[in-house]
Write a protein that binds this ligand. Sequence first.
Ligand code: ADQ
Length: 464
Amino acid sequence: MARLVIVSNRVPIPKARGASAGGLAVALRDLLTPGTMWFGWSGRLSSEPAVEPAIVEARGVTYATIDLTSEAYRGFYVGFSNGALWPLLHFRLGLMHFRREDYDCYLSVNRSFAESLATVLQPDDTLWAHDYHMIPLGRMLREQGFHGPLGFFLHIPFAPPSMMEALPVARELIADLCAFDLVGFQTEEHARDFRDCAQRMLGATVQGEWVRLNGRSMRAFADPIGIDAESFRQDAVRAVNDKLVQRVAGSLAGRALAIGVDRMDYSKGLPQRFEALARLLEKHPEHRRRVHFLQICPRSREEVDEYRKLRAELDRLTGRVNGRFSEFDWTPLRYSTRAAPRTTLAGLYRIGRIGVVTPLRDGMNLVAKEFIAAQDEGDPGVLILSKFAGAAHELTEALIVNPFDPDAIADAMHLALTMPAPDRKDRHSALVEKVFRTTAHAYCQRFIEALSQVKASSVPRAAA
Ligand code: ADQ
């Protein structure tokens, strides 16, 4: 098989033997066989980055990275990727800050990636690029003369034409996505929004999943990401021996644990969730002293103003909820900004009676799947899930809520806290079957297979 080259903004170079991998590295683990290359930003800033990437070999995989200048990083990452694209694609137009010079940096960083890749790419490589930082890369590689299969996966949602129109460079970005042979989205809704944009904003011809623009065809399809459910389940079982999990379990003193785990991001619906806890305790005083809500949310992207504001708001809301309801020996809301090792998280999910996953909009949301995989089948907890998370398209047996409505989340919490064991088990067994079916392994296989097919039939009959 041809060599696979994965491209993403950050490259998860294994730090030490046995160190646990996070995020994308876990999702793509099956593809990291000897011979594979992973290319991207080193995470370092330097004044004059070299064109040729630095190479690290680990377990047969080649990690190739380049540095960025601090100016390029600010415009590309802080400015355009996280200051314009992220809010737009999460339906937060009011938070979108578009600046032409940030977009120029975004293009120039993608150009540096393409030029640096040219020094290591072989003509028969297959390339798979990840996420919103890398949209122009496919077109740039084509312009450099690369003819191999080009795939792209968007981890976050997409937006319909009426919203995309707000971004002054939307047409360029949609055309850039069309330069890939295959583009994967988390849900059919996101894939359809993209095809609608291509049709309405660029005049492309759309037939089923195929988009034809300027004489060439590409496919845009849904490929929902999953987790390594079996290894997560095993971590959760093993975590009974984890000291922190034991301490948390002990501190509950028989009370129910409701748990939320999210990066501190305005898309995750955290203020509404804290408000929901207050509503629960107000409307159902019987739960006072009987439930602890633990919210774990490591800080992220603090270079962006909105994220700093969110932190201040959560600090204030935590004080308000606890100030209002705490007793001398009970505090309803515990809130920590620390990251936790995967096994500890798995163990905390397992002792959770409720998993609260209420993003305002989310590509997929892997925490929802992790919570399900971690449960004890004999006495499972209940998942409360936002209807606007990609995961809600699959995990329909969760308690599905509108995350903008704290009362609805409070009602779901009450239902979860009072749900009889047979109901909890029925819901859980349906959910666990899905989480073990749509795994990370299935996600990778589907994408790679679709990429090899799409290239083999680059002018498909359906769209010719
Ligand atoms: P994220 O927005 O980061 O990912 P999510 O899918 O929930 O969201 O993944 C977060 C991951 O980080 C989970 O595996 C979780 O366990 C871990 N995590 C969260 N808090 C942690 C903590 N305190 N300590 C340690 N680990 C923690 C983007 C998109 C999502 C999409 C994913 C994958 O926004 O919609 O599901 O990519 O495609």
